[in-house]
Design a protein around this ligand. Structure first.
Ligand code: MG
Ligand code: ZN
Length: 212
């Protein structure tokens, strides 16, 4: 019984996500669903992205957090439109939340919309929000066992950004092992190694966004 309920919820969400995406398509907006564990560097990556691409692409961000508007404030300071969703405990964003939040943005003025999901390696991968592609960040400090332990997110993502490569001398995790396991789960995943702190390696991410 429980399984049926969960499936119904996901099917209803898929329908609404398809409506969101059709709406974004009519407006010519490309949408990325950005996912990771808490603290992997999603907001820092978006600050960098707005600074690097803000002149060539009109970027907006929907921030998902359980509490606070800290991240939306950071994005606004970086110079992009941002709206904050507080899920009040819910551990992922869904299509219904995105439909409501999108109304708070001046969509006509946007070309690229990034949805920064709630920090969580599990259910954000199951709930579509109306995106054209999913992207994920795994920071090196989280360990190289994460693709094997949380395969769905790696399976669903078009691109994996391995962040905090500047920590490589200080942690035991191997980026080669992360990449190898991720590719076993998802042979077509694009893997980018970068440091959002130093900016090194982010050209690959910008290239991916430009080609979206
Ligand atoms: Mg954040
Ligand atoms: Zn959840």
């Amino acid at each position: 019984m429980k399984v049926t309920v969960v499936r119904d919820i996901l099917e209803a969400n898929d329908r609404l996500a398809a409506e969101n995406r059709a709406h974004f398509d009519r407006l010519g907006i490309r949408v990325v669903n950005l996912m990771s564990a808490p603290g992997a560097g999603k907001t820092t990556l978006l600050e960098r992205t707005v600074a690097a691409l803000g002149k060539e692409k009109r970027i907006g961000v929907i921030e998902g957090d359980i509490q606070t508007s800290l991240d939306a404030e950071r994005i606004e300071r970086a110079g992009a439109q941002a709206v904050q969703i507080n899920t009040n405990g819910a551990c992922h964003l869904d299509a219904n939340m995105i439909a409501a939040a999108a109304k708070e943005l001046d969509l006509e003025a946007l070309e690229l919309l990034v949805v920064e999901n709630v920090g969580n390696l599990v259910c954000p991968a199951e709930f579509k929000v109306g995106e054209h592609a999913k992207a994920m960040i795994l920071s090196l400090a989280e360990g190289d066992d994460k693709p094997a332990k949380y395969p769905l997110m790696f399976h669903e993502s078009s691109v994996l950004l391995i962040n905090k490569m500047d920590l490589a001398p200080y942690v035991d995790a191997s980026a080669d092992r992360i990449e190898e396991t991720a590719r076993k789960i998802n042979p077509s995943i694009e893997v980018i190694r970068a440091s959002c702190k130093t900016g090194e390696g982010l050209e690959g991410w910008y290239r991916w966004l430009r080609s979206l």
